[in-house]
Structure formats: structure tokens, C-alpha cells
Design a protein around this ligand. Sequence first.
Ligand code: ZN
Length: 281
Amino acid sequence: MKLLRYGDEGQEKWGVLDAEGGIRTLDDALQHVTGDVLTEGWLAQLQKLDPAKLPLLKAAHRIGPPIPRPLNFVCVGLNYADHAAETGGKIPKEPILFLKSLSAFCGPYDDIIIPPGSRKTDWEVELAVVMSAKASHISEADALDYIAGYTIVNDVSEREYQIERSGRWTKGKSADHFGPVGPWLVTKDEVPDPQNLRLFCEVDGKMMQDGTTANMIFGVQMLVAYVSQFITLYPGDIIATGTPAGVGMGRKPEPIYLRPGQNLRLGVEGMGEQRAKTVGG
Ligand code: ZN
């Protein structure tokens, strides 16, 4: 099942993708569904619906993030050896965690806003995990039971703020629209092996990142269990699992950063694609 949310920012409604790529609204159907959104039981009730029998959306709508604004937007740093190398970072002994500000959360086709005065806004395509249950101190073996599914995150980053402005990474990861999520939440039954997915990012048609989740240093199950040792995760929370090589700061001979008027296309195999234009803030 591919869940999504459509409508204006802050007023999104639930929909599901049908076999032809059309959007079926869950507006009426959800009145008969019990339990908190994105929990295992809630998802199980939606799985029983036949998308072909739900009302098809005729008009075009904005597609928002496929989940409501979460309680935790956790990111994992330097989780691909090739990316760690291009940034001059060491391969971490344990996962590097940081939190992205929840005000950065936005939809997969929303403009990427380059902050006023920014000179080093950069891209990072990532596979993201969405949680389906409260998880605290869980084991790696049990981690899959707590996952609703997967989606795409662009962990947009301002490298000067992140690295040159002192302190930790938060400053460079949290501007408005630095957290595009979606387009779909693909439930885990459709993703038998999250460690074997191609992921890519193009800028103005030029392939910048072209990697595979097979090259993660720490895999999805380990990361979910690991994060839960430090942060209690809730249904709908999101963990972005790191980016492969090819970000702007790692380009040779010179880094390349985003300017207003550019077009990004990024995807993870089986999860659709994000498309966004860059605008000046
Ligand atoms: Zn990242």
C-alpha cells in the first residue's frame, strides 16, 4: 500500500495510490477506521480496502508529506562510507544521530528555500523509516515489528551553518523546507529488502548521487533499535538513514551548491520521486 497526503500545507487529507497511479481519497473510509494513525491496527484496516472502490480525485492537488508532522524527525549522519570519505569525516563507530527541526518538515514537491544569505545549500537523498509503534529500548531482532514503512527524505543542509558556524549540526539542517518527505509512505510489506534499493539525486538533469542502500554502514533494523535506546519513538516518527556520496560539498574540483531556479529530482527505488525547484528565501 502506498499512502499519501494531499491538500494545502497543514490541511492535508489521507489518500492512497491506486494501481494506475491515481489518488483515491480515504476521507470517507477513515470514518470507519479505529485506532491512532499509522499504528499497526490502523494500517491493517486500510490494507483491507480495495483502492479501486474508493473515490478517485479528479482535480490536481498539492501532495504533502505522507505523514502528519511527527514528534521526532531523527537523522543519521555519515552512514555511507563513500559519503563519509567525501566530507573528510571518519567512519563512525556508532551511528551519529541528530534531530532536524520539525518546522523544516515539508512536502516532496514543495520549493526548496535557500535561506537569506546562504552560500552553501546542499542536497542529500535518503531512505527514511516511518514508525508504527511506540519504541523504547527495543532489540534489533524486534525492530521490524515497529516499522510502518518507508519513504524518501531530502536532508537539505546548509554546510556553512552546519560545519563552519560552531557547535553541532542543527543550525545547518533546520531551515524552512529543509525536510521534504514523500511522496508516498510505502508499507513494509512492499519492501522486502530495504538494504537493496537504488537511490539517486539529480540537479538540473545531471546525476549527482547514484547509490544503493546496500552500502549503508548501519542498516535499518540496527538504526531503529539504536535510536530507541536514546529517544522513545512514536507512530509516525521518522528516521532518515543517511545519504550516499555525491553531495555538493564533496564535488571535485570544487564543491557545487544550490542557487535559486534549479530543479531537483530524487528518488529511492519503489518509493516514487521528489521533484523540487529551488527559490531564494
Ligand atoms: Zn543526511
